[in-house]
Structure formats: C-alpha cells, structure tokens
Design a protein around this ligand. Structure first.
Ligand SMILES: [Fe+2]
Length: 391
C-alpha cells in the first residue's frame, strides 16, 4: 500500500452572499484591520467597489486597499505590500482576485509570518516553521486556478525576470470565500478558459503518478461539476448557481492537485506561458492532445473518468474497451464547444507561437516540475510533436 499525505486546512465559505461572513471569520482570528489586495482590472469593472461596499455594510474596518498588483506577481510588489502592512499596523489580509493577486497575497503572508522583510530571503525554503499567524482570507474571482487551496505561489523575480515557484503549507490561506457575485462580471471567454484550467487540474490530479485516494475523490467531484455546469453557466449568465458550481469545482480541483500534482499538460502549458499564451487557453489547446499521448498507459484511468464526465448512463452503455476512447473524444468536443461558444482560438499559431519556437518550448517543458509526475515518460521530440498538432 502506498503512503500518502493530504493536507487542506482551508475553511471554505461557499454560496450566495458568502462575503458577508468575512466579518465573522476575522473576529474568529481576533483580527479587525484587514489590508485588502486586488488589481486594477477588478477596480475598473466595479467588482472591488462592490466587495468593499459589502464589507463596509458588514462593519469590516478595512485599513487600506492596495490594487496596484501587476499581471505577474512580483518580488518588488510583495515587499512593498509587506512594508505597507507594517506601516498601517494591519492585522490580516483579504485577497480579491485571480492567480496573480492570490499569489502576491501568499507571498506577503509568507514574509509576514516568517518575520522577514524580503520575499527573496525565503527563496528555496520549502520547510519553514509555521511562524506568526497572519489571518488570510481569499476571494477568488475566476473559476480556474484553485489557488485559494494550494500550497504553491509563482512569483516573478524583478531582478532576474525568472518566475520562481514557492511551495510551502505556510502559503495556504485560512479561509476561501466562494461568492458567485464576484464572478458576475467575468467575461464568458474567461469563464470557459479558467474552467478548462480547473478541469485539467482535476484530470491530471486524478491520473498523475502522485494521485491518492483522497485527492482522486476531490478530482472526480470537480470533473463532474465542470461537465454539468460550464455550458449552463455560459448560456444562463444571470443564474448564479451555475457559476457557484464552477467556483466550487475550481476549489475542489485545487485541493486535489495541491495534494497530488499535475502532469504533461501543465509541463507544456507552463512553458507556453513564457510565450504569452494565457494559461487557461494553453490548457484547453493541449488537453485533448496530451490525453491521446497518455492513452496507452492510462486507458483504465480514462475509462473511470468517463463516469465522472458523462454520468452513469453513458458509462454503462459504452463497452469497457471503448470507454477511454470515448472519454477523450468527449473532452475534445467539450473544449471545441467552449472555444466556438466563447470565441477563443485552439491554434497556438494564433497566439503568436511559430514553428521555430517549438524546440525551445520543449526544452523548458521537459525541465518543468510537472514533467516528472506524468505517468508516461516523454522526450523533447514527443513535446514538439504534440505542439505541432496544436499549431
Ligand atoms: Fe493550471
């Protein structure tokens, strides 16, 4: 029997008006002066203002709002926020945003809890003591990263321009607030691509070498929720229940992959990030091709996932030997439909990637941490072949 650990201490407050619970959550931690972190995009579309209004109505005394967080969370921004937090005498963090805001907030929390001033001083320290309590609440505004429940933060070094990966349980928030109101302004294209990112987290968490019984349970629930709710959410944008289901799925998938890992789709997708292909789009493009690549070693696992993705009727009516194949073709159709419904391209060439870039992308991907966890070994040539199919 294989040994595994599963750690997910984040309290989840999920549902309509979940933001109203924040006052109570802060009180539980003895905190009353939160610093709110967000970004200019959310300020522009009014999401930040709406959340601040709700916090104000619920008598949460916000010390300051910092929304100058760049698209790539950076060491300079983190250190600047740490200084601000200490100057203001704030006693907790509320992060409202997507991957970059949440990763920035995780970096801030890490520095504060370790009583440091510079995030770079903690680089490479995966085994850190728990440190000082810094109450940390996250309100995700996409349905994809699952970052509110993962022990990872990707932070760009402003000096070297390298994206550094910090991995530590000390990065985990205390509370994730899943409120569909905050994604009401999320454009359909982003609802689709971020949900396909979450779907990829769940599929890779369920099939990678470090999968375990508990993470697989969370992954299956996420696959099922995304399959059932993505197009309902896109076709009925005013109905909050479908978006809430996607938010729940994203968090479940985050809990799953934070405790197992991902695989080839993310290894190549991370490399494409350096070529400015947005992460969710990269996942959508790569997923069907990578499923086909892994098929000969993962046929049984894909057959199991057909049940989660298409339900019992399709599963029992499909011959055992056809289930894996059907799962892949259903995923392919799902991705194509998301692309045609919301208008994003499934061709890498349309994101500015050209054939001459492919060997360099393969070089980055083969050295990505997720590559070693993929159940099937692969070479640079395999990656180039997959990328060619995506052009
Ligand atoms: Fe991802």
């Amino acid at each position: 029997m294989k040994y595994f650990e599963f750690y997910s201490p984040v309290k989840i407050c999920s549902g309509e008006n979940a933001i109203c619970n924040i006052k109570h959550e802060l009180e539980y931690f003895g905190a009353s002066k939160p610093l709110v972190l967000s970004d200019a995009g959310l300020e522009k579309v009014g999401t930040l203002k709406n959340v601040l209004k709700i916090l104000n109505k619920n008598k949460v005394d916000v010390s300051r709002v910092f929304y100058n967080i760049p698209t790539d969370s950076s060491t300079l921004t983190i250190n600047e926020i740490v200084k601000l937090y200490n100057t203001l005498g704030a006693d907790s963090i509320i992060a409202l945003g997507g991957g970059s805001v949440i990763d920035t907030a995780k970096g801030v929390k890490l520095v504060l809890s370790q009583l440091k001033e510079d995030i770079l001083s903690l680089e490479g320290n995966e085994i850190l003591p728990k440190g000082k309590d810094v109450p940390f609440i996250v309100i995700p505004t996409t349905c994809g990263t699952g970052s509110e429940c993962t022990s990872v933060a990707v932070i760009k070094n402003n000096d070297t321009h390298v994206k550094m990966e910090y991995i530590s349980p000390a990065l985990l928030p205390n509370v994730a607030v899943l409120d569909p109101e905050v994604i009401s302004t999320l454009p359909p294209k982003l609802v689709a691509t971020t949900s396909l990112d979450a779907l990829t987290h769940a599929i890779e968490a369920y099939s990678c070498l470090q999968r375990n019984t508990v993470s697989s349970g969370f992954a299956v629930s996420a696959i099922n929720l995304i399959s059932e709710n993505l197009f309902l959410a896109l076709n009925h944008p005013k109905k909050q229940e479908y978006k809430l289901n996607l938010l729940n799925a994203s968090t479940l998938a985050g809990m799953a992959f934070s405790n197992s890992m991902v695989g080839i789709v993310h290894a190549i997708g991370h490399a494409l990030g350096a070529y400015r292909v947005p992460h969710g789009n990269a996942m959508a493009i790569l997923l069907p091709h990578c499923l086909k690549f892994n098929q000969n070693v993962l046929a049984d696992v894909y057959a199991e996932m057909l049940l989660a993705f298409k339900g019992p009727e399709v599963y029992v009516n499909t011959p055992e030997t056809e289930r894996a194949k059907l799962f892949i073709s259903e995923i392919e159709q799902f991705v194509k439909m998301a692309s045609s419904t919301t208008g994003f391209s499934l061709k890498l060439s349309e994101y500015g990637v050209s054939e001459i870039d492919l060997p360099a992308i393969a070089n980055i991907a083969i050295n990505d941490g997720a590559a070693a966890i993929n159940p099937k070994l692969f070479t640079r040539e395999n990656i180039v072949a997959i990328l060619k199919e995506c052009m």
